[in-house]
Ligand binder design. Structure first.
Ligand code: FMN
Length: 210
């Protein structure tokens, strides 16, 4: 009954998502508030941005909205007119965002620039307070914006994760050196997550209210 009530208001997209979240999150007054359909698209290499996108999807659903969550490489010819808002998330790798994200943005740039958008830029630079690192993030965002033509309504810099078991030898070598410098307390052979989930929720809430 619960699922069919949501389906009649929002279609199959939310139904797909409801299957993956605790039913406690879709109870009570929430059912009457499902009115904004939000696309959450992400690209990832080692999986942290996927985790962030899933967390944000849970959070946005709990706030009463319908969500479609997809990897931008699987977007095909998705029609953004089906959505009221869009969140895109992608990691910084070697001072760039993944091709899967830039291709998606280029394909949809006119629609993206017409609607409320939030860009979650995931990196290790955002885990620290090095001003040169933060200036680097600004430059990367500017380059991305001029290359794609997309001006995100709001951008949040989100700390990602260090995942040594996901790197090949070359990347492992580079990442070890970076982490040893940035976070001398980190164990170089162990995964370490820097994402602050509570702060992420607050930033998403702020954007949802804007
Ligand atoms: C090969 C490689 C290059 C990276 N380059 C950068 C970088 O230029 N700047 C930065 O702040 N973080 C960089 N990172 C850190 C990633 O942004 C961070 O690990 C992020 O959590 C990866 O997200 P993902 O798991 O979704 O791929 C790099 C990581 C790897 C493995």
């Amino acid at each position: 009954m619960l699922r069919s009530k949501i389906l009649s208001r929002t279609g199959t997209v939310l139904d797909t998502f409801v299957k993956n979240i605790p039913l406690a999150k879709v109870s009570g007054a929430f059912l009457d508030e499902v009115d904004v359909k939000i696309l959450i698209g992400y690209a990832t290499y080692q999986g942290q941005t996927r985790q962030i996108a899933r967390h944000v999807a849970d959070h946005v659903v709990a706030a009463g909205h319908a969500v479609e969550l997809l990897e931008t490489s699987d977007a095909d010819d998705i029609d953004l007119d089906r959505f009221v808002r869009v969140i895109l998330a992608a990691p910084v790798h070697a001072s760039e965002y993944p091709r899967a994200l830039t291709d998606f943005v280029r394909d949809h740039v006119e629609q993206l620039n017409r609607m409320p958008t939030l860009f979650l830029s995931v990196s290790l630079s955002a885990a620290g307070h090095d001003s040169e690192d933060w200036r680097g993030l600004d430059r990367i965002l500017e380059d991305f914006s001029s290359a794609t033509g997309w001006c995100p309504g709001r951008t949040e810099q989100i700390a990602g994760a260090y995942r040594p078991h996901e790197y090949d030898v070359f990347r492992g070598f580079i990442m070890r050196r970076i982490i040893a410098r940035k976070d001398p307390e980190a164990a170089l052979n162990e995964d370490k997550e820097y994402t602050n989930w509570g702060a992420l929720d607050q930033r998403v809430d702020f954007w949802l209210r804007s």
